[in-house]
Design a protein around this ligand. Structure first.
Ligand SMILES: [Zn+2]
Length: 259
């Protein structure tokens, strides 16, 4: 958009601004480094289009492309911000949007490695500015659909590859691998500190212990953690069908707060 177009949109009333948050990091041998950026941006674009049909005005901010990927740095091309820099960048992006009068900000995160920091970031933003930023993450927002996905959800596996396929990312299907399928076991076999009670997957049920990420080059030769060979475009399409109207719903409800 040009600045006069942004000015006009503000004049007409913007219900919410989506902030896509990706990462630049290895995604196995079968997907490009920008996969998380691609997914976050594509979901935001689709949600903004669907919102327009619904009479909800949603803008999409530029994608935050480089984030918390320190544990991918053994793989060529991965890039990282330190956690403290990332928190500061996120805050200054929100501050910039607030400066122009955008009241309702929704971060749309495509990278599991950002979850802990973004959860801190949105809480800290409210603590220090009195403003709420909501955080949307596709694995949470489509949790019901993802219950059908068989394997673990960690990195570049069945669910993420399915979503990438359905959104039109470049996927080299023949290179899809199954690696470190049981991440806890892979960590133990690599001789790294390990606990049988560790929460090694995003869907850990029952009693568990939070463990930090391990350098992925130590536990997976391809970079995949899970099973990318199970990926199907149809699975991705079902995830998208659940996600898009829910992102629109978040934007609509957020903008109705004072009515
Ligand atoms: Zn990813």
């Amino acid at each position: 958009m040009t600045w006069p177009e942004v000015e006009a949109a503000i004049g007409d009333g913007v219900d919410a601004v989506l902030i896509p948050i990706g990462s630049t990091e290895q995604h196995g041998r079968h997907m490009p480094l920008d996969t998380d950026c691609f997914i976050a941006r594509a979901l935001c674009a689709r949600a903004a289009e669907a919102a327009e049909q619904d009479g909800v005005s949603v803008l999409v901010a530029p994608t935050l492309n480089v984030t918390l990927s320190w544990y991918h740095m053994q793989f060529p091309g991965s890039m990282r911000l330190s956690t403290t820099t990332f928190l500061q960048v996120f805050r200054e992006i929100c501050d910039s949007l607030v400066h122009h009068g955008f009241e309702n900000l929704v971060a749309v995160n495509g990278h599991g490695g950002n979850v802990a920091a973004l959860t801190v970031a949105v809480n800290h933003y409210l603590e220090t500015t009195g403003r709420r930023v909501f955080l949307v993450q596709w694995w949470d927002l489509a949790a019901d659909v993802l219950a059908d996905v068989e394997g673990p959800m960690i990195h570049a596996e069945e669910a993420e590859t399915s979503l990438a396929l359905a959104l039109g990312q470049r996927v080299i299907v023949d290179e899809a691998a199954r690696d470190a399928y049981d991440r806890g076991t892979a960590v133990r076999e690599a001789g790294l500190p390990w606990t049988s009670l560790g929460k090694y997957g995003m869907r850990h049920a029952g009693p568990g212990v939070v463990v930090p990420m391990d350098m992925l080059g130590d536990i997976t030769p391809s970079g995949v953690v899970g099973d990318a060979t199970l990926a199907r475009r149809e699975t991705g399409e079902r995830i998208i069908s659940a996600l898009v109207p829910r992102i629109v719903q978040v934007c609509r409800e957020m903008s109705e707060k004072e009515e």
